[in-house]
Design a protein around this ligand. Sequence first.
Ligand SMILES: *Cc1c(COP(=O)(O)O)cnc(C)c1O
Length: 432
Amino acid sequence: MAGLESEALFKKSKGIMPGGVNSPVRAFRAVNQDPVFMERAKGSKIYDVDGNGYIDYVCSWGPGILGHADSRVIEAVKETCNNGLTFGAPTEKEYILASLIQELVPSMEMLRLVNSGTEAVMSAVRVARGFTGRDKIIKFRGCYHGHSDGLLVKAGSGALTQSVPDSLGVPEGYTESTLVAEYNDISSVKDIFGKYGSEIAAVIVEPVAANMGVVPPVSGFLEGLRKITEQYKSLLVFDEVITGFRLAKGGAQEYFGIVPDITVFGKIAGGGMPLAVYGGRRDIMEMVAPLGGVYQAGTLSGNPVAVTAGIETLKILKEDTGIYNKIEENTTKIRLAAEEAFGRRVCVNQAGSLMSIFFTEEKVINYTAAVSSDTEKYAMYFDYMLKNGIYIAPSQFEAMFISAAHTSEDIERTCDIINQASELLKPYMGAW
Ligand SMILES: *Cc1c(COP(=O)(O)O)cnc(C)c1O
């Protein structure tokens, strides 16, 4: 529940920014509340303008794998700032970050630094089209790839029909080349290839879907995508904006052992600053201007301050051997606590340090099952967690992010509060 300072700020902000926010999910509408305004954060904790502290599992929607304000990152950023914020000219730091990314993710033979995940995905799709000379792409229902026009589609009425934009202001012509398949259903992909195979430039997928809540790939799904794209000479694009540097140092492609042609990174890659990356096979990336005919540019691309935050974060991840085991183990503890507390009334999905509790008895392996969740119950659960100092995503369809800064006390307290929340919710959830 928002305190008085938050309420006052929200009231003012609403008059000047749509919904009082700069990105819709921050408005807490999905949980029927007013937003909490934040002031500062350190480690696993975030503090609001009313002086309340929370254990943070939003982690800025993914970037915060080290927790907040890691002193190693902050010091390096401060030092960089002293030398100037932006030059619009190449710097050594860009080369260092690019090399570090390539070292951690060998499929990134050549890459570009940009400013947001949206921009990176948009550019990746453009280069896939430029390289193949084909227009159509396949995306999956429930996967999010940023808010660019052609990708703002989640549901056609059936996979083979034309896609309808999710947003006003997107001309239908902009999405007609976007075909929608079902996540974790390779036969839906085969059907589309059967009809349009020679016209499909690329299949784009979140290797672990994390924008309809967390939905891991079923066995054989990613392998199937790799195979069918090769068969039809289409490209496989992994949107690793969330999974990159989170599931493993080398992202989902290392975790699952599937190598895509093009990969997009964001979130963790910028260490908390606006930065994203697209890249992959050298022959494909050589299509990008000034080498090739695919145009893409950016005034602030490769910004030294953002690049520094990215370098320091990736260096820490590269050198630390314990982080990934620790965050996965801590996430498992929370998952087990949730499963024990709620039993078969919920479906808890986990992939590494990503987790979601779905308020449904269905096994959530796709969008249809995900949206069978009872969002009213999620809202009650969210409210209890927030009141008890646990900040989770204000929407059923976002991930819970566990960071290296979460302590065993944080995890224990979280498990306790989840258990208490389940007691509170019991009367509303039918026979236990
Ligand atoms: C967040 C996200 C994006 C968009 O990144 P922005 O930096 O918000 O533009 C794209 N793809 C996935 C999978 C994401 O989670």
